[in-house]
Design a protein around this ligand. Sequence first.
Ligand SMILES: [Zn+2]
Length: 179
Amino acid sequence: MNNVKYDGKSWNSFINALRQLSLRYDANRKLAEKNARVAPATYECATCGRWIYTGKKTLKLANIQAPEGVEVIQQFKPNGSVIKHKIDHIKPFRPVTGERDIFEIFRGLFSEIENYAVICNDCHNIKSKAENKFRREFKKLEKGTEEWDNLLEEYNKFMEQYLWKHYISYQQRVNWHNG
Ligand SMILES: [Zn+2]
């Protein structure tokens, strides 16, 4: 199946269709969201630890009781609608190397719960930006070359640091909740 060739457009439509299915049917994705819910319409960012209020009230009226030291945020789009939390694939379902491995993508879209993290829009932007930078760099290189391998190493290091940040943030949150 990996030998099937797709042109760029049909490949992207195909992946988008799969993505829509995962948004609707992936139970782990929903569970990850449920686990991150800390108050009504409020989710905890797994990266920075802030609480993201996604309701329509003002923050003052919503009166979310967060632990000491935890900031509650509410962000808006230019059109005034609320910016919600993101349910992020820690390991992106579209490999940054640009490889079109349908099984990898499928595994990514229907991930284990550990691969989902609820994060705020700011943290999501930072991560997406870094991933897109890697994507552009990989596009310029040929697989199997030394440059490719070096870039892959750099990317793996980035992911390691990202996961470490997650881990630390998680530990801190466990302490807050228990302390
Ligand atoms: Zn965050």
